[in-house]
Ligand binder design. Structure first.
Ligand SMILES: NC(=O)c1ccc[n+]([C@@H]2O[C@H](COP(=O)([O-])OP(=O)(O)OC[C@H]3O[C@@H](n4cnc5c(N)ncnc54)[C@H](O)[C@@H]3O)[C@@H](O)[C@H]2O)c1
Length: 260
């Protein structure tokens, strides 16, 4: 399971109007490059700065900045772009020796498996964290979904289905989160392996993301749901994943270039 290492980042002292985090106290901040400067890119920037990190480079559709010194100085890149561009962006970041946290959905991360393993073997470190959903709540929801599927494995009168609701700008369908939920069901319940669990995708206004898993039987219905209140949760999870990836803990090597 994705672990955010929350205990590492606990607040250590609270002054009136000022909170000093363990991270800030030990100067464990990172240089971050943002790839895909849209809704998520902006939110990541906001959260990263609030956590004391420095944004050294912002790259969008024109790809300007990839070959800059600023980009190469990044400890990690956080990528939220489009299904068509995520893979090339990651490969390009790797060419510059920058590991990537990627949240872009609607493409197959398995396409990078070979190169990723090669880099991992060569360097002994991780080069990519991809998650269909970085929100802490959703990652707990994924576990709950698997547990419920396992509990219902013996009761074949229950039939599962998934519904996802998102804003009208979303490019991929079904959502990556819904696909991960379906994978969780398949792993833990034999009837989900035999019959593909249906996913209904609804596009509505500016909805940040609602995922519902329903188990229906002739006698009753069991429903679990995650409702994102905005994009902050996704961005926070991505920044925390970047912190883990860059190993910003007291025993880790200093940041590239300078040790601020
Ligand atoms: N994993 C998660 O937790 C999570 C959460 C929210 C959104 N997402 C996914 O993140 C992606 C981005 O979402 P968004 O809401 O920020 O979308 P958005 O449309 O607001 O932003 C995408 C940005 O990427 C830019 N872009 C287009 N082509 C590019 C390229 N070749 N290189 C770099 N940038 C390029 C666009 O100009 C735009 O600014 C989507 O795939 C979405 O499903 C994932």
């Amino acid at each position: 399971m994705f672990v955010f290492g929350l205990q590492k980042y606990k607040k250590i002292c609270i002054y009136p109007k000022k909170i000093v985090t363990l991270r800030g106290f030990l100067k464990l901040y990172m240089k971050i490059a943002i790839i895909g400067y849209g809704k998520m890119g902006h939110m990541v920037e906001q959260i990263a700065i609030a956590r004391g990190h420095q944004i050294v480079c912002r790259i969008d559709q024109d790809l300007e900045g990839f070959d800059s010194e600023a980009f190469a100085s990044a400890d990690v890149a956080i990528e939220f772009s489009t299904p068509a561009s995520a893979k090339d962006n990651i490969l390009r970041a790797w060419e510059h020796n920058v590991p990537v946290v990627c949240g872009t959905t609607g493409w197959d991360v398995e396409e990078l498996r070979g190169k990723r393993e090669e880099l991992r073997e060569k360097t002994g470190r991780e080069w990519l964290i991809w998650k269909s959903n970085f929100s802490i709540g959703v990652n707990v929801f994924f576990e709950l979904n698997k547990q419920l599927a396992a509990l219902l494995a013996a009761y074949t009168q229950y039939t599962p289905s998934i519904t996802e609701v998102h804003h009208i700008h979303k490019l991929d369908k079904p959502s990556g989160t819904a696909v991960t939920l379906r994978e969780g069901l398949t792993m833990h319940n034999a009837q989900c392996t035999m019959h593909e669990v249906p996913i209904e995708s609804i596009r509505e206004g500016e909805v940040a993301g609602i995922h519902t898993v329903v188990w229906d039987s002739p006698e009753d219905t069991i429903t679990i749901q995650h409702n994102a209140k905005g994009r902050q949760g996704f961005a926070l999870g991505a920044v925390m994943a970047a912190e883990e990836m860059a190993g910003r803990d007291p025993l880790s090597p200093p940041s590239k270039g300078e040790d601020r």
